[in-house]
Design a protein. Structure first.
Length: 149
């Protein structure tokens, strides 16, 4: 069974819900995990594949379920992140700004992709997801600022 097959069918949806429940954006909320799983499109990216391209105008959120990715700005790797973290969250907050970085799989990676309109609908039901995004972005700022100490 390939990584993507694990998240298809009835048993796969349960696995996806479990993986999302452990995700930092969901924070162990079973109902939220179930609703996000219903709206998500599960996708797999091979090692070396680009998930997001810097300056692109798309605005989906990607929740990493399995694997690891590199965050690249102007072709320079600035960070890596893995299962349990979101990527593309800035485009949810500021959809007209364009992607601030490229995201490239550095291991085979499975994500749950949620379009901005579906995310906004879910956020009305689960407004705590905005706090999760704010905390995630705050960690980025602190990590960036630590480089200048």
């Amino acid at each position: 069974m390939n990584s993507l097959d694990q998240y298809t069918g009835t048993a796969g949806k349960k696995r996806l819900e479990k993986a999302l429940k452990a995700h930092e954006m969901i924070a162990k909320n079973s109902a939220m995990a179930r609703d996000f799983a219903k709206q998500a499109v599960v996708e797999e990216f091979a090692d070396g594949a680009t998930l997001l391209k810097q300056d692109a105008k798309d605005n989906d959120l990607y929740m990493i379920i399995d694997g690891e990715v590199a965050i690249e700005v102007n072709g320079n790797r600035v960070a890596t992140t893995a299962a349990g973290a979101p990527v593309g969250e800035l485009a949810i907050v500021d959809p007209k700004g364009g992607r601030s970085a490229s995201v490239v799989a550095i291991k085979d990676t499975v994500v749950a992709r949620i379009s901005r309109p579906k995310f906004l609908t879910l956020a009305k039901k689960y407004p705590s997801v905005w706090s999760a995004i704010a905390r995630h972005l705050a960690r980025h700022v602190r990590r960036h600022n630590a480089r200048f100490k």
